[in-house]
Design a protein. Structure first.
Length: 388
């Protein structure tokens, strides 16, 4: 086996079908494959794409698709797709390929000039490449990552067999409330790119408004994230790999659910309800409709709620899997400097979950932080505009 390092904006194109075949053979999910990664790279021009490849003859046996960004003080290395993808892969066909890929990653890191840190999140549990990298580097850590609830289907195709009686009754009561108020609910399952594109601007508005009400800030406030949101959905829709479930009330979009169609899996990536329709439980009704429609698909095997253990996801799941996160630093001093804030944050969240009285304080602190961040962004934008 031979290893190669490829860099530049055309890396994914150069690997092309060979990378697609590797991902298909190793079962990489849609969020770790080439179309998704190319959408991320196009929206993140500050990062350089780096592919560490293990080849045997003409066959691509293993690959780590990374992104590198040089700051003033250190180099940041992440998985391509970081932050906006729910599952990442360090793909390898065989144990030998995994071992060769881990050595390629370690060699790449050791050859970097100056301080660096590596973050690869949302890997599958017990990922062999991550385990080998962590064992080889003197300053590295493997941690439990976010939970991903999933509803795995058996032979039964009636949603009633998978959800609680309480859920079923709540959805029925909400639908009756809508109809009683003269709001005949209209549910659609869109798969055509043009139809999805027509709805997306309103979906973005709903996402921003809902997130602002819940958390004080939305990831879509960031320009690159908003660009990625539209690009990744539309590019996969053009390939027949998206289903957008919409619930309209009174002619207005009240809630939506974005699912990526990944073989037999429906992967729910984003769902929101318009705050003005919250009294009608629009979000619950839309999720119910998306799940029911997936069950009607004879080829569907699971409804993956993806990253985040929110109560509504857990109540509609029968399996939960925790991801694996790999972190590494060029020195213990850099780890102490960069990782202390994250560890303190985790301790605070853990304390708040154990002591309920701390949660309101944490919520207020979070809102103040988001308000301050929005203010700084507004000032920076105003200064840029003033400078022409």
């Amino acid at each position: 086996m031979e290893t190669r390092t490829l860099t530049g904006p055309d890396v994914l194109g150069r690997l092309g079908p060979r990378l697609d075949e590797l991902h298909a053979t190793t079962g990489a999910p849609i969020t770790a494959r080439r179309t998704w990664l190319a959408a991320w790279a196009s929206c993140q021009p500050s990062y350089e794409t780096v592919a560490l490849c293990v080849e045997d003859g003409g066959s691509l046996e293993a690959a780590a698709i990374l992104a590198r960004r040089k700051t003033r003080w250190f180099s940041e290395i992440v998985a391509l797709g970081a932050g906006l993808s729910d599952q990442i892969r360090l793909s390898a066909r065989t144990p030998e390929g995994a071992s060769a890929l881990s050595l390629a990653i370690v060699s790449f890191l050791r050859e970097l000039q100056g301080p660096w840190f590596l973050t690869v999140r949302h890997l599958p549990p017990h990922d062999p490449v991550a385990a080998l990298v962590a064992a080889e580097l003197p300053c590295a850590a493997l941690e439990d990552g976010d939970a991903s609830p999933t509803l795995r289907f058996d032979a039964g195709r009636s949603l009633r067999g998978y959800v609680s009686k309480n859920h079923h009754q709540q959805v029925r009561r909400m639908l009756n409330r809508m109809r009683g108020d003269g709001l005949e609910p209209r549910i659609e399952h869109l798969r055509e790119r043009e139809a999805i594109a027509a709805v997306l601007p309103r979906a973005v508005e709903i996402c921003l408004k809902r997130d602002a009400g819940l958390r004080g800030e939305s990831l879509l406030d960031l320009g690159y994230a908003r660009d990625f949101f539209a690009r990744v959905i539309l590019e996969h829709a053009a390939r027949g790999q998206v289903e957008l479930t919409t619930l309209s009330l009174g002619g207005s979009l009240a809630a939506y659910v974005v699912c990526f169609l990944d073989g037999g899996a429906y992967r729910m990536w984003n769902c929101r309800l318009a705050p003005e329709w919250s009294r009608y439980g629009a979000g619950r009704v839309a999720n119910h409709a998306a799940l029911e429609h997936a069950l009607a698909d004879p080829h569907a095997t699971e409804f993956d709620w993806m990253r985040g253990a929110e109560p509504y996801k857990l109540s509609l799941s029968n399996h939960v899997e925790h991801a694996l996160d790999l972190r590494a630093w060029s020195s213990p001093a850099l780890r102490s400097l960069l990782d202390s804030r994250r560890r303190i944050k985790r301790l605070v969240k853990s304390a708040a979950s154990e002591h309920g009285w701390l949660q309101p304080i944490l919520d207020v602190s979070r809102r103040m932080k988001f308000a301050s961040r929005r203010g700084r962004r507004a000032v920076a934008l105003a200064l840029r505009r003033a400078r022409g």
